[in-house]
Design a protein around this ligand. Structure first.
Ligand code: SF4
Length: 260
């Protein structure tokens, strides 16, 4: 609830923000496109350093979104794991409408491990890819019960052994539940980090983006930075029509500089 209030406040602030300035302006030459800088070998004076850009962006989010959390509703690691598996190619809002009935019928991973496909499918059918996700949930629960003694494992290496759990899901679980410095790169994180210029355009895979973000964000902020980038991408830096006019990151955003 605290996170939801915070997000509402953040969105309200955006309507008034022209350009956030934490006290330091980027260099005069920053607005020159990077390609021009490269062509004339003057990149060192006309481009903000990567460290400066990270500092600006982190300062901005710490000030404007001090609480950043997942919008999935859950009350324990089991429920979060179910919700994250269901959220692939689906909105958090839709998942939150679906999970209460699942958790009521299957309150523990042990109870879910005994579910049949026919029992569970009707509760999952309003979600995208219901057949696969139903199989994954039952398979996940069986593996947790049989291989991990009924406790949701809390390392990426163990989690990716579960059906329906890839690296992104494992990163979400470990960072949300355990605040481990793992960065889940979804479509929003991938797009926003490249648009701002936190990550070069040449980073072509989620793993490449993940590695660069992890390297440049302080470890204790990585679990939070994941939500900053997701929420910014979901509500401000939209895929088709980013709301640049309301965005406080204009001053350092590479994409925005190309529009000028
Ligand atoms: S593209 Fe626009 S909305 Fe996205 S971070 Fe840059 S200035 Fe903000």
């Amino acid at each position: 609830m605290q996170g939801k209030n915070q997000l509402r406040k953040y969105n309200n602030q955006l309507t008034n923000v022209k350009a956030f300035n934490p006290g330091r302006k980027p260099g005069f030459f920053y607005s020159i496109p990077p390609l021009v800088c490269r062509l004339f070998s003057i990149r060192f004076i006309c481009s903000m350093t990567r460290k400066e850009r990270y500092t600006f962006v982190i300062d901005y989010f710490e000030k404007n979104m001090p609480v950043a959390e997942t919008e999935l509703e859950f009350s324990d690691p089991y429920q979060l794991l179910v919700a994250v598996i269901l959220s692939a190619q689906c909105t958090d809002k839709r998942v939150n409408m679906t999970t209460p009935a699942i958790f009521e019928k299957y309150p523990t991973v042990q109870s879910l491990s005994k579910a049949t496909f026919e029992d569970l499918l009707p509760l999952v059918k309003s979600i995208s890819y219901p057949n696969n996700k139903t199989k994954h949930l039952i398979g996940m629960a069986n593996k947790v019960v049989n291989q991990f003694h009924g406790a949701i494992p809390m390392t990426v290496e163990e989690l990716v052994q579960l059906p329906g759990v890839g690296r992104k899901t494992a990163n979400v679980i470990t960072s949300v539940v355990d605040k481990q410095p793992n960065m889940a790169v979804d479509t929003h994180v991938f797009r926003v980090s490249k648009r701002i210029g936190l990550v070069p355009q040449t980073a072509s895979t989620p793993l490449a983006v993940e590695k660069i973000l992890i390297k440049n964000i302080p470890g204790h902020l990585i679990h939070k930075a994941h939500h900053w980038l997701i929420l910014h991408g979901r509500y401000t830096c939209l895929a088709r029509t980013p709301k640049c006019e309301k965005c406080g990151l204009q001053t350092v955003c590479r994409y925005f500089s190309t529009l000028q």
